[in-house]
Design a protein around this ligand. Structure first.
Ligand code: HEC
Ligand code: HEC
Length: 488
């Protein structure tokens, strides 16, 4: 079992592209932090076990994360994840003379190789003996590239023990996108969102609402259905429009299309890192958090028995769990980018008439739907739910502050709908999606069971609230004539 575990890790590392910060000219002296959940594990679960006799080293939670994601100075790009790390995949076609040290290779790539003056072509071996490290380099610089016959002269000699052979997979300029994204993120985003994407940068403490902590992998303003993650398009839209009514700015003048692409991929990278760490914590915490260990000791187990059971868990069960967890993660993020995940109304917007708004208000107040329970009968965001005291669902302790709380444990004030400021966009279809899917991570629930026609009536009503003279008496309700709001 031990052997199997280590083989698993070896493949993983082979599949990771090392993205070094060298040559970036930025100062990146900060590190990724670990979550509170990881820090709450017993020391051995955090740090693993060193080599002991015949037994190989077993990585703990921290190393399991670092192996796959690295840190800001040297990011790892774990190719299993649906992130465009940058780089061109190809393979070795021929090694002119494998019996002696290798300096030349014939390669083919799945696209055109662009040679730029100031940035050297780097080549990373992803499979085969050369990928395994050993004495020889796994990342080499191509000194000379002859496109017409695919000949590459390497800057370093690869010795024959770990020489590449025909068929080995290589990546050219691996990680360039991620590297570019990191640079932009550190400059434009980290002072609010934090180096690790934990929403805890130096400016964050002064902001309400707080900058998003990406590490739960939960994003609020998406076009996707209630169980799907955010899509790349959604993240692009947030960068373009910012989030109205919050400190999240628009980055239109600062970032061009390539920049936005790179920074979106980097946000996805930070989110997946956080989620992966969280899922490892979920595997380990029930039996190996400091708290669980104290309870086990109270129940009569000895510390050494517990440590032994951890060793067993890490060597026998962890590999399978991680395989499952990472498949899940990759598929969830991939699904969010498909058309099927996007909410498309069955019918187009119903005409914005006085009757539609009246029906919308009726639904808004109705027992079954009851938007007023949170948003209040006048839409001011002051419904009865805002005065209750809730328990934190994880700790089961009452929160100090009254009202609803989101998954980041911040007070989650229902929106004041009289202001007409919509964080997720003000087009009718944006509001349709907000009501259909709810706002993920927040207490705004999904109303996907409500027929689409009725959702449109509610949208028409919500868009009229800022113009109400008194609750339920917008121009257009009670037969006051009204100028319809524009259709998309
Ligand atoms: C001045 C502080 C600030 C800066 C700078 C900033 N953000 Fe934000 N960002 C916020 C706040 C505040 C929110 C949360 C708004 C909310 O919850 O409604 C947010 C939310 C987000 C979200 C979450 C969207 C969602 O659907 O949940 C993303 C993604 C995001 N920011 C990306 C970025 C990126 C990328 C950058 C840099 C290019 C950046 N932000 C720079 C403050 C900032
Ligand atoms: C259980 C409480 C709750 C109920 C019920 C509820 N909401 Fe909300 N709603 C919220 C909260 C909380 C927010 C703010 C979420 C955030 O941005 O973090 C919100 C936000 C909104 C927004 C702002 C969207 C944006 O882009 O800024 C709209 C519009 C809205 N709700 C409409 C409705 C409508 C219409 C209904 C009924 C169909 C409804 N809500 C039912 C709690 C609720």
């Amino acid at each position: 079992m031990l052997v199997q575990m280590n083989r698993h890790i070896a493949t993983l590392i082979a599949a990771a592209l090392v993205v070094s910060a060298a040559g970036c000219g930025e100062s990146l002296n900060s590190h990724f932090v670990y979550s509170d959940q990881t820090e709450a594990l017993m020391a051995e679960a955090q740090n693993g076990f060193p080599v002991k006799g015949d037994a190989e080293a077993l990585p703990g939670a921290k190393q399991l994360v670092d192996e796959r994601f690295g840190d800001p100075q040297s990011l790892n790009a774990w190719s299993k994840l649906p992130i465009d790390f940058g780089g061109l995949t190809g393979r070795v076609v021929e090694t002119p003379d494998a019996s002696v040290a290798i300096k030349e290779l014939v390669l083919e790539f799945d696209g055109d190789v662009a040679v730029e003056q100031d940035s050297p072509l780097t080549l990373q071996f992803v499979t085969g003996a050369a990928a395994k490290g050993g004495d020889g380099p796994t990342v080499v610089v191509i000194e000379k590239w002859v496109a017409k016959d695919g000949k590459a002269s390497l800057s370093a000699t690869m010795n024959k023990d770990n020489a590449p052979v025909a068929g080995d997979v290589v990546v050219l300029n691996g990680g360039r996108v991620l590297q570019h994204g990191r640079g932009l993120y550190m400059r434009h985003c980290s002072h609010c969102h934090g180096t690790s994407g934990d929403g805890d940068g130096p400016t964050a403490q002064y902001l309400v609402p707080r900058p998003r902590d990406y590490r739960q992998g939960v994003f609020k303003f998406t076009s996707t259905n209630d169980i799907a993650k955010t899509s790349r398009d959604d993240l692009h839209r947030v960068l373009k429009n910012g989030i109205p009514g919050t400190y999240m700015p628009s980055f239109v003048p600062m970032l061009n299309e390539d920049d936005k692409h790179a920074v979106v991929e980097y946000v996805r990278f930070l989110a997946m890192r956080g989620e992966f760490e969280k899922k490892i914590g979920v595997e380990l915490a029930p039996d190996f958090s400091k708290e669980a260990v104290a309870a086990r000791i109270e129940g009569g187990e000895s510390k050494s028995e517990i440590v032994e059971s951890l060793r067993e868990f890490l060597s026998e069960d962890m590999a399978d769990s991680l395989e499952f967890v990472s498949d899940d993660l990759a598929s969830a993020w991939t699904t969010a980018d498909t058309d099927a995940a996007v909410i498309t109304p069955d019918i187009s917007r119903v005409p914005d008439t006085a009757e539609s708004r009246r029906l919308g208000r009726e639904l808004y107040l109705s027992k079954g739907i009851n938007c007023a329970d949170c948003h209040g009968i006048a839409g001011k965001g002051d419904g009865p739910q805002t005065t209750i005291f809730e328990k934190n669902p994880v700790t089961q302790q009452l929160y100090d502050t009254s009202g609803l709380h989101d998954v980041w444990d911040n007070v989650n004030q229902p929106r004041n709908l009289t202001r007409g400021i919509y964080r997720g966009g003000r087009r009718p279809v944006d509001l349709f999606r907000r009501i259909h899917a709810g706002i993920k991570g927040s207490r705004m629930p999904s109303f996907k069971i409500v027929p689409h026609e009725q959702i449109w009536h509610i949208v028409n009503y919500v868009l009229s609230i800022p113009f109400e003279i008194e609750p339920g008496h917008a121009p257009g309700i009670n037969n006051t004539p009204v100028a319809p709001t524009p259709t998309p």
